[in-house]
Design a protein around this ligand. Structure first.
Ligand code: ADP
Ligand code: ASP
Ligand code: MG
Length: 453
Protein backbone atom coordinates (compact mmCIF):
# COMPACT_ATOMS: atom_id res chain seq x y z
CA UNK A 1 0.00 0.00 0.00
CA UNK A 2 1.24 3.46 -0.78
CA UNK A 3 0.26 6.97 0.26
CA UNK A 4 0.09 9.76 -2.32
CA UNK A 5 -0.18 13.47 -1.61
CA UNK A 6 -1.30 15.99 -4.21
CA UNK A 7 -0.45 19.63 -3.49
CA UNK A 8 -2.42 22.78 -4.25
CA UNK A 9 -1.27 23.22 -7.85
CA UNK A 10 -2.02 19.55 -8.56
CA UNK A 11 -5.64 20.00 -7.49
CA UNK A 12 -5.88 23.63 -8.59
CA UNK A 13 -7.58 23.40 -11.98
CA UNK A 14 -9.87 21.00 -13.86
CA UNK A 15 -6.92 20.13 -16.13
CA UNK A 16 -4.58 19.26 -13.28
CA UNK A 17 -7.36 17.33 -11.52
CA UNK A 18 -7.77 15.26 -14.66
CA UNK A 19 -4.11 14.25 -14.28
CA UNK A 20 -4.72 13.38 -10.62
CA UNK A 21 -7.63 11.19 -11.67
CA UNK A 22 -5.62 9.23 -14.20
CA UNK A 23 -2.63 8.83 -11.87
CA UNK A 24 -4.79 7.54 -9.01
CA UNK A 25 -7.05 5.32 -11.07
CA UNK A 26 -4.01 3.63 -12.61
CA UNK A 27 -2.79 2.39 -9.20
CA UNK A 28 -3.43 -1.32 -8.80
CA UNK A 29 -4.84 -2.11 -5.37
CA UNK A 30 -5.38 0.19 -2.46
CA UNK A 31 -3.88 3.60 -1.79
CA UNK A 32 -4.43 6.58 0.47
CA UNK A 33 -4.68 9.89 -1.39
CA UNK A 34 -4.09 13.06 0.63
CA UNK A 35 -5.16 16.31 -1.01
CA UNK A 36 -4.45 19.98 -0.39
CA UNK A 37 -6.91 22.80 -0.93
CA UNK A 38 -7.24 24.09 -4.50
CA UNK A 39 -4.06 26.05 -5.32
CA UNK A 40 -4.00 29.52 -3.77
CA UNK A 41 -7.22 28.90 -1.84
CA UNK A 42 -5.72 28.89 1.66
CA UNK A 43 -4.25 32.37 1.07
CA UNK A 44 -7.60 33.49 -0.33
CA UNK A 45 -9.47 32.18 2.72
CA UNK A 46 -7.09 34.07 5.01
CA UNK A 47 -7.37 37.35 3.09
CA UNK A 48 -11.16 37.05 2.89
CA UNK A 49 -11.39 36.44 6.64
CA UNK A 50 -9.29 39.56 7.18
CA UNK A 51 -11.58 41.62 4.94
CA UNK A 52 -14.56 40.33 6.92
CA UNK A 53 -12.86 41.23 10.21
CA UNK A 54 -12.35 44.77 8.86
CA UNK A 55 -16.04 44.74 7.90
CA UNK A 56 -15.00 45.46 4.33
CA UNK A 57 -17.99 44.36 2.20
CA UNK A 58 -15.58 43.06 -0.47
CA UNK A 59 -15.44 39.84 1.53
CA UNK A 60 -18.82 38.93 0.01
CA UNK A 61 -17.46 39.18 -3.55
CA UNK A 62 -14.50 37.06 -2.54
CA UNK A 63 -16.84 34.49 -1.02
CA UNK A 64 -18.79 34.42 -4.28
CA UNK A 65 -15.57 33.87 -6.23
CA UNK A 66 -14.57 31.03 -3.89
CA UNK A 67 -17.96 29.37 -4.43
CA UNK A 68 -17.91 29.75 -8.23
CA UNK A 69 -14.39 28.36 -8.43
CA UNK A 70 -15.43 25.16 -6.67
CA UNK A 71 -18.68 24.74 -8.60
CA UNK A 72 -16.83 25.31 -11.87
CA UNK A 73 -14.32 22.59 -10.96
CA UNK A 74 -17.11 20.17 -10.03
CA UNK A 75 -18.87 20.78 -13.35
CA UNK A 76 -15.68 19.86 -15.21
CA UNK A 77 -14.27 16.94 -13.23
CA UNK A 78 -17.16 15.11 -11.57
CA UNK A 79 -19.11 12.67 -13.67
CA UNK A 80 -22.68 13.79 -14.39
CA UNK A 81 -24.18 10.90 -12.45
CA UNK A 82 -22.47 11.96 -9.22
CA UNK A 83 -22.58 15.71 -9.79
CA UNK A 84 -25.82 16.60 -7.94
CA UNK A 85 -24.58 14.92 -4.78
CA UNK A 86 -21.14 16.57 -5.06
CA UNK A 87 -22.77 19.97 -5.57
CA UNK A 88 -25.04 19.48 -2.60
CA UNK A 89 -22.19 18.46 -0.24
CA UNK A 90 -19.94 21.29 -1.37
CA UNK A 91 -22.81 23.80 -1.22
CA UNK A 92 -23.45 22.82 2.39
CA UNK A 93 -19.81 23.46 3.31
CA UNK A 94 -19.71 26.74 1.39
CA UNK A 95 -22.84 28.01 3.07
CA UNK A 96 -21.35 27.22 6.47
CA UNK A 97 -18.20 29.13 5.45
CA UNK A 98 -20.32 32.07 4.30
CA UNK A 99 -22.09 32.21 7.65
CA UNK A 100 -18.72 32.18 9.43
CA UNK A 101 -17.50 35.14 7.33
CA UNK A 102 -20.73 37.02 8.16
CA UNK A 103 -20.13 36.26 11.84
CA UNK A 104 -16.55 37.55 11.66
CA UNK A 105 -17.75 40.77 10.02
CA UNK A 106 -20.36 41.24 12.75
CA UNK A 107 -17.94 40.87 15.62
CA UNK A 108 -15.02 42.46 13.71
CA UNK A 109 -12.59 40.15 15.35
CA UNK A 110 -10.49 37.28 13.98
CA UNK A 111 -8.97 35.14 16.72
CA UNK A 112 -6.51 32.41 15.71
CA UNK A 113 -9.06 29.63 16.37
CA UNK A 114 -11.54 31.23 13.99
CA UNK A 115 -8.90 31.58 11.28
CA UNK A 116 -8.05 27.89 11.74
CA UNK A 117 -11.73 27.08 11.27
CA UNK A 118 -11.90 29.22 8.12
CA UNK A 119 -8.82 27.71 6.44
CA UNK A 120 -10.02 24.17 7.14
CA UNK A 121 -12.70 24.59 4.47
CA UNK A 122 -10.07 24.49 1.71
CA UNK A 123 -9.13 20.86 2.29
CA UNK A 124 -12.60 19.83 3.48
CA UNK A 125 -14.06 20.91 0.14
CA UNK A 126 -11.25 19.75 -2.16
CA UNK A 127 -11.33 16.27 -0.60
CA UNK A 128 -15.08 16.00 -1.23
CA UNK A 129 -14.59 16.96 -4.89
CA UNK A 130 -11.73 14.50 -5.39
CA UNK A 131 -13.76 11.72 -3.76
CA UNK A 132 -16.59 12.25 -6.23
CA UNK A 133 -14.11 12.49 -9.11
CA UNK A 134 -12.32 9.18 -8.55
CA UNK A 135 -13.95 5.81 -9.01
CA UNK A 136 -14.03 3.48 -6.01
CA UNK A 137 -13.09 6.32 -3.68
CA UNK A 138 -14.16 6.75 -0.07
CA UNK A 139 -13.47 9.86 1.98
CA UNK A 140 -11.87 9.56 5.42
CA UNK A 141 -11.98 12.71 7.53
CA UNK A 142 -8.67 13.88 9.06
CA UNK A 143 -10.63 15.86 11.64
CA UNK A 144 -11.41 12.50 13.24
CA UNK A 145 -7.90 11.10 13.42
CA UNK A 146 -5.19 13.80 13.05
CA UNK A 147 -4.89 15.17 16.57
CA UNK A 148 -2.88 18.12 17.82
CA UNK A 149 -1.85 19.40 21.21
CA UNK A 150 -0.74 22.86 22.28
CA UNK A 151 2.97 23.38 22.62
CA UNK A 152 4.34 26.85 23.45
CA UNK A 153 1.33 28.51 21.82
CA UNK A 154 1.48 26.37 18.66
CA UNK A 155 -0.55 23.33 17.64
CA UNK A 156 1.67 20.34 17.04
CA UNK A 157 0.72 16.81 16.09
CA UNK A 158 0.19 14.32 18.90
CA UNK A 159 1.86 11.60 16.91
CA UNK A 160 1.17 8.72 19.26
CA UNK A 161 -2.55 9.33 19.52
CA UNK A 162 -2.75 10.14 15.80
CA UNK A 163 -0.99 6.90 14.85
CA UNK A 164 -3.36 4.73 16.82
CA UNK A 165 -6.43 6.58 15.48
CA UNK A 166 -5.12 6.20 11.92
CA UNK A 167 -4.65 2.46 12.39
CA UNK A 168 -8.16 2.18 13.80
CA UNK A 169 -9.72 4.29 11.02
CA UNK A 170 -8.06 2.46 8.15
CA UNK A 171 -8.57 -1.04 9.54
CA UNK A 172 -11.63 -1.55 7.35
CA UNK A 173 -10.77 -2.50 3.74
CA UNK A 174 -10.77 0.29 1.14
CA UNK A 175 -9.63 0.75 -2.44
CA UNK A 176 -8.90 4.47 -2.75
CA UNK A 177 -9.10 6.44 0.50
CA UNK A 178 -9.30 10.20 -0.01
CA UNK A 179 -8.10 12.29 2.92
CA UNK A 180 -8.00 16.07 3.42
CA UNK A 181 -4.44 17.17 4.22
CA UNK A 182 -3.37 19.92 6.64
CA UNK A 183 -6.41 19.86 8.96
CA UNK A 184 -6.68 18.35 12.40
CA UNK A 185 -8.49 18.74 15.72
CA UNK A 186 -7.23 19.57 19.19
CA UNK A 187 -7.07 16.40 21.27
CA UNK A 188 -8.63 18.09 24.33
CA UNK A 189 -11.21 20.50 22.97
CA UNK A 190 -11.96 18.92 19.59
CA UNK A 191 -11.61 22.37 17.97
CA UNK A 192 -10.40 22.45 14.39
CA UNK A 193 -6.65 23.11 14.11
CA UNK A 194 -4.05 22.48 11.42
CA UNK A 195 -0.49 21.24 11.00
CA UNK A 196 0.89 24.56 9.70
CA UNK A 197 1.22 26.00 6.19
CA UNK A 198 2.28 23.30 3.76
CA UNK A 199 1.11 20.70 6.29
CA UNK A 200 -0.63 18.31 3.88
CA UNK A 201 2.74 16.64 3.30
CA UNK A 202 2.86 15.93 7.03
CA UNK A 203 -0.68 14.46 7.05
CA UNK A 204 0.45 12.05 4.33
CA UNK A 205 3.62 11.13 6.24
CA UNK A 206 1.73 10.46 9.48
CA UNK A 207 -0.61 8.12 7.61
CA UNK A 208 2.23 6.41 5.73
CA UNK A 209 4.13 5.81 8.98
CA UNK A 210 1.12 4.59 10.95
CA UNK A 211 0.07 2.14 8.21
CA UNK A 212 3.61 1.01 7.38
CA UNK A 213 3.14 2.06 3.76
CA UNK A 214 5.70 0.88 1.24
CA UNK A 215 6.11 4.36 -0.26
CA UNK A 216 5.10 8.00 0.25
CA UNK A 217 4.64 9.86 -3.02
CA UNK A 218 4.57 13.66 -2.97
CA UNK A 219 3.02 14.86 -6.23
CA UNK A 220 3.76 18.49 -6.99
CA UNK A 221 4.55 20.89 -9.85
CA UNK A 222 8.26 20.19 -10.43
CA UNK A 223 10.08 17.16 -11.84
CA UNK A 224 11.61 16.29 -8.49
CA UNK A 225 13.82 17.65 -5.76
CA UNK A 226 16.18 19.99 -7.57
CA UNK A 227 19.60 21.38 -6.76
CA UNK A 228 17.87 24.69 -5.97
CA UNK A 229 14.45 26.30 -6.30
CA UNK A 230 14.00 26.46 -10.09
CA UNK A 231 12.09 29.73 -9.67
CA UNK A 232 15.32 31.30 -8.41
CA UNK A 233 17.91 29.23 -10.29
CA UNK A 234 16.66 28.28 -13.75
CA UNK A 235 19.72 26.03 -14.31
CA UNK A 236 18.82 23.89 -11.28
CA UNK A 237 18.57 20.21 -12.12
CA UNK A 238 16.67 17.29 -10.69
CA UNK A 239 18.51 15.17 -8.15
CA UNK A 240 17.71 11.50 -8.81
CA UNK A 241 18.35 10.20 -5.31
CA UNK A 242 18.82 11.80 -1.95
CA UNK A 243 19.13 10.63 1.63
CA UNK A 244 16.54 11.43 4.31
CA UNK A 245 19.04 13.64 6.08
CA UNK A 246 19.85 15.63 2.96
CA UNK A 247 16.19 16.27 2.21
CA UNK A 248 15.54 17.16 5.82
CA UNK A 249 18.38 19.67 5.87
CA UNK A 250 17.38 21.29 2.57
CA UNK A 251 13.75 21.60 3.65
CA UNK A 252 14.66 22.94 7.09
CA UNK A 253 16.67 25.62 5.33
CA UNK A 254 13.85 26.76 3.09
CA UNK A 255 13.42 24.29 0.19
CA UNK A 256 9.63 24.32 -0.08
CA UNK A 257 9.30 20.93 -1.81
CA UNK A 258 8.49 19.11 1.43
CA UNK A 259 7.17 20.55 4.68
CA UNK A 260 10.06 19.83 7.11
CA UNK A 261 8.26 17.82 9.85
CA UNK A 262 7.09 15.39 7.14
CA UNK A 263 10.37 13.57 6.87
CA UNK A 264 10.78 12.36 10.48
CA UNK A 265 7.86 9.91 10.74
CA UNK A 266 8.73 8.14 7.47
CA UNK A 267 12.46 8.28 8.17
CA UNK A 268 11.90 6.43 11.45
CA UNK A 269 9.94 3.72 9.63
CA UNK A 270 12.40 3.72 6.73
CA UNK A 271 9.62 4.41 4.22
CA UNK A 272 11.03 6.00 1.05
CA UNK A 273 9.61 9.27 -0.30
CA UNK A 274 9.25 9.95 -3.98
CA UNK A 275 8.83 13.47 -5.36
CA UNK A 276 6.85 13.41 -8.61
CA UNK A 277 5.33 15.87 -11.06
CA UNK A 278 1.55 15.77 -11.58
CA UNK A 279 2.04 17.71 -14.81
CA UNK A 280 4.72 15.31 -16.07
CA UNK A 281 3.96 11.92 -14.53
CA UNK A 282 6.46 10.04 -16.68
CA UNK A 283 9.44 11.94 -15.23
CA UNK A 284 11.42 9.66 -12.89
CA UNK A 285 11.32 12.15 -9.99
CA UNK A 286 13.47 11.99 -6.87
CA UNK A 287 13.74 9.02 -4.54
CA UNK A 288 14.52 9.93 -0.95
CA UNK A 289 15.61 6.96 1.12
CA UNK A 290 18.08 5.73 3.65
CA UNK A 291 21.22 5.99 1.63
CA UNK A 292 24.33 7.90 0.95
CA UNK A 293 24.23 8.02 -2.81
CA UNK A 294 27.17 8.08 -5.12
CA UNK A 295 26.06 10.79 -7.52
CA UNK A 296 28.69 12.48 -9.61
CA UNK A 297 28.42 15.62 -7.53
CA UNK A 298 28.60 15.69 -3.78
CA UNK A 299 26.48 18.72 -3.16
CA UNK A 300 22.81 17.78 -3.46
CA UNK A 301 21.39 21.24 -3.23
CA UNK A 302 21.44 24.82 -2.10
CA UNK A 303 18.53 26.50 -0.35
CA UNK A 304 17.76 29.73 1.42
CA UNK A 305 15.90 30.42 4.63
CA UNK A 306 14.76 34.02 4.62
CA UNK A 307 14.23 35.89 7.87
CA UNK A 308 16.88 34.70 10.26
CA UNK A 309 18.43 36.68 13.11
CA UNK A 310 21.97 36.41 14.39
CA UNK A 311 22.48 36.52 18.16
CA UNK A 312 25.86 37.20 19.74
CA UNK A 313 26.51 36.88 23.44
CA UNK A 314 29.94 38.00 24.50
CA UNK A 315 30.91 37.00 28.02
CA UNK A 316 33.50 39.26 29.69
CA UNK A 317 36.94 38.07 30.81
CA UNK A 318 36.77 35.50 33.54
CA UNK A 319 33.24 34.30 32.84
CA UNK A 320 33.03 30.68 31.78
CA UNK A 321 32.07 30.58 28.09
CA UNK A 322 30.94 26.99 28.13
CA UNK A 323 28.66 27.62 31.05
CA UNK A 324 27.20 30.76 29.46
CA UNK A 325 26.65 28.90 26.23
CA UNK A 326 24.91 25.91 27.72
CA UNK A 327 22.72 28.10 29.93
CA UNK A 328 21.63 30.19 26.94
CA UNK A 329 20.99 27.21 24.70
CA UNK A 330 19.12 25.26 27.37
CA UNK A 331 16.95 28.26 28.19
CA UNK A 332 16.00 28.58 24.50
CA UNK A 333 15.28 24.87 24.16
CA UNK A 334 13.07 24.92 27.25
CA UNK A 335 10.92 27.55 25.55
CA UNK A 336 10.68 25.57 22.32
CA UNK A 337 12.89 27.95 20.34
CA UNK A 338 14.97 26.30 17.63
CA UNK A 339 18.44 27.70 17.14
CA UNK A 340 21.59 26.69 15.39
CA UNK A 341 25.10 27.69 16.38
CA UNK A 342 27.21 29.69 13.94
CA UNK A 343 30.61 31.32 13.80
CA UNK A 344 30.49 35.09 13.36
CA UNK A 345 33.30 37.12 11.86
CA UNK A 346 32.62 40.06 14.13
CA UNK A 347 33.33 38.34 17.45
CA UNK A 348 34.39 35.18 19.16
CA UNK A 349 31.49 35.04 21.62
CA UNK A 350 28.57 32.68 21.57
CA UNK A 351 26.82 33.10 18.25
CA UNK A 352 23.65 31.44 17.09
CA UNK A 353 20.77 32.01 14.71
CA UNK A 354 17.01 31.84 15.15
CA UNK A 355 14.19 32.59 12.73
CA UNK A 356 12.95 36.18 12.71
CA UNK A 357 9.62 34.97 14.11
CA UNK A 358 11.42 33.73 17.22
CA UNK A 359 13.71 36.75 17.62
CA UNK A 360 11.73 38.68 20.25
CA UNK A 361 10.96 35.58 22.25
CA UNK A 362 14.61 34.49 22.14
CA UNK A 363 15.73 37.93 23.32
CA UNK A 364 13.32 37.81 26.24
CA UNK A 365 14.44 34.29 27.18
CA UNK A 366 18.14 35.21 27.16
CA UNK A 367 17.52 38.37 29.19
CA UNK A 368 15.51 36.50 31.76
CA UNK A 369 18.05 33.64 31.99
CA UNK A 370 20.82 36.11 32.81
CA UNK A 371 18.66 38.48 34.83
CA UNK A 372 20.59 37.86 38.09
CA UNK A 373 23.81 39.13 36.46
CA UNK A 374 22.15 41.93 34.51
CA UNK A 375 22.80 44.92 36.74
CA UNK A 376 26.58 44.62 36.67
CA UNK A 377 27.44 43.06 33.36
CA UNK A 378 26.94 44.73 30.02
CA UNK A 379 27.41 41.55 28.04
CA UNK A 380 24.21 40.01 29.15
CA UNK A 381 22.20 41.86 26.57
CA UNK A 382 22.86 39.98 23.35
CA UNK A 383 23.71 41.79 20.16
CA UNK A 384 21.13 40.93 17.55
CA UNK A 385 21.42 41.35 13.81
CA UNK A 386 17.95 41.04 12.29
CA UNK A 387 16.64 40.38 8.84
CA UNK A 388 19.41 38.15 7.52
CA UNK A 389 19.01 35.17 5.20
CA UNK A 390 20.69 31.83 5.72
CA UNK A 391 21.92 30.02 2.63
CA UNK A 392 22.53 26.30 3.15
CA UNK A 393 24.67 23.94 1.09
CA UNK A 394 23.74 20.31 1.63
CA UNK A 395 25.29 16.95 0.76
CA UNK A 396 26.01 13.85 2.84
CA UNK A 397 29.59 13.88 1.71
CA UNK A 398 30.48 17.47 2.44
CA UNK A 399 32.71 16.45 5.31
CA UNK A 400 34.89 14.75 2.74
CA UNK A 401 35.56 18.08 1.14
CA UNK A 402 37.72 20.05 3.54
CA UNK A 403 38.13 23.63 2.44
CA UNK A 404 34.79 23.80 0.65
CA UNK A 405 33.43 26.29 3.19
CA UNK A 406 36.42 28.59 2.76
CA UNK A 407 36.12 28.35 -1.04
CA UNK A 408 32.47 29.34 -0.84
CA UNK A 409 33.20 32.24 1.50
CA UNK A 410 35.97 33.51 -0.78
CA UNK A 411 33.74 33.28 -3.79
CA UNK A 412 30.97 35.18 -2.02
CA UNK A 413 33.45 37.84 -0.97
CA UNK A 414 34.80 38.20 -4.52
CA UNK A 415 31.22 38.72 -5.67
CA UNK A 416 30.64 41.45 -3.12
CA UNK A 417 28.48 39.41 -0.71
CA UNK A 418 29.24 39.94 2.97
CA UNK A 419 29.01 36.83 5.10
CA UNK A 420 27.92 37.78 8.62
CA UNK A 421 28.24 34.32 10.06
CA UNK A 422 28.63 30.72 8.94
CA UNK A 423 28.62 27.18 10.21
CA UNK A 424 31.00 24.73 8.68
CA UNK A 425 31.81 22.14 11.26
CA UNK A 426 28.53 21.75 13.12
CA UNK A 427 27.06 19.14 10.81
CA UNK A 428 28.35 16.40 8.51
CA UNK A 429 26.04 17.36 5.75
CA UNK A 430 25.33 21.09 5.86
CA UNK A 431 27.25 24.34 5.55
CA UNK A 432 25.36 27.57 6.19
CA UNK A 433 26.15 31.19 5.39
CA UNK A 434 24.24 34.14 6.86
CA UNK A 435 24.05 37.03 4.45
CA UNK A 436 22.07 40.28 4.19
CA UNK A 437 18.49 39.93 3.01
CA UNK A 438 19.21 41.74 -0.28
CA UNK A 439 22.21 39.54 -0.99
CA UNK A 440 20.37 36.22 -0.57
CA UNK A 441 19.46 35.55 -4.20
CA UNK A 442 22.91 36.56 -5.40
CA UNK A 443 24.55 34.35 -2.78
CA UNK A 444 22.38 31.44 -3.90
CA UNK A 445 23.43 31.96 -7.54
CA UNK A 446 27.12 32.32 -6.71
CA UNK A 447 27.11 29.21 -4.54
CA UNK A 448 25.01 27.14 -6.95
CA UNK A 449 27.32 27.87 -9.87
CA UNK A 450 30.39 27.16 -7.73
CA UNK A 451 29.33 23.88 -6.17
CA UNK A 452 26.70 22.38 -8.49
CA UNK A 453 27.24 23.45 -12.09
P1 ADP B 1 2.62 21.89 -3.39
O1 ADP B 1 1.53 22.89 -3.59
O2 ADP B 1 2.56 20.76 -4.37
O3 ADP B 1 2.77 21.45 -1.98
P2 ADP B 1 4.89 23.66 -3.06
O4 ADP B 1 4.71 24.99 -3.71
O5 ADP B 1 4.72 23.57 -1.58
O6 ADP B 1 3.96 22.62 -3.83
O7 ADP B 1 6.33 23.06 -3.41
C1 ADP B 1 6.78 22.97 -4.74
C2 ADP B 1 7.62 24.18 -5.06
O8 ADP B 1 8.80 24.15 -4.28
C3 ADP B 1 8.15 24.23 -6.48
O9 ADP B 1 7.22 24.81 -7.37
C4 ADP B 1 9.43 25.03 -6.36
O10 ADP B 1 9.26 26.37 -6.77
C5 ADP B 1 9.71 25.05 -4.86
N1 ADP B 1 11.08 24.61 -4.54
C6 ADP B 1 11.90 25.20 -3.65
N2 ADP B 1 13.08 24.59 -3.58
C7 ADP B 1 13.04 23.56 -4.46
C8 ADP B 1 13.96 22.54 -4.83
N3 ADP B 1 15.17 22.44 -4.27
N4 ADP B 1 13.55 21.64 -5.76
C9 ADP B 1 12.34 21.70 -6.32
N5 ADP B 1 11.41 22.65 -5.99
C10 ADP B 1 11.75 23.57 -5.08
N1 ASP C 1 -3.49 24.26 1.95
C1 ASP C 1 -2.47 24.38 2.97
C2 ASP C 1 -1.51 25.52 2.60
O1 ASP C 1 -1.68 26.15 1.57
C3 ASP C 1 -1.73 23.11 3.23
C4 ASP C 1 -0.97 22.53 2.05
O2 ASP C 1 -1.19 22.93 0.92
O3 ASP C 1 -0.14 21.65 2.31
O4 ASP C 1 -0.63 25.81 3.36
MG1 MG D 1 3.84 22.18 -0.28
Amino acid sequence: MKVLKFGGTSVGTPESLANVKSIVEAIPGSAVIVVSALGGLTDKLISTARLAADDDPKFRDEMEAISSRHFNVISKVVDESKRPQAISEVARLLSELKRIFEGISLIRHLPGETLDLVVSFGERISSVIVTFMISDAVRFDSLDFIKTEEWFGKNIADQKLTSSLIRETFSTPFTKAIVPGFISTDRESGHITNLGRGGSDFTAALIAAALDAELLEIWTDVDGFMTADPRLIPEARVVGEMSFVESMELCTYGAKVIYPPTIYPVFHKNIPIKILNTFHPSAPGTLIYDTETAESFNVKGVSVLRGTSLFSIIPPEGVDRGDTGSRALNALARQGIKMYPVTAFANAGLNFAVTSDDENKALAVIRSEFAPELPENLWLSPVVKSGLSTVAVVGDNLRRQPGLGARIRNSLMRNGVTVNAFSEDMSDSTLTFMVGRDDADKALRVIHSLVVD
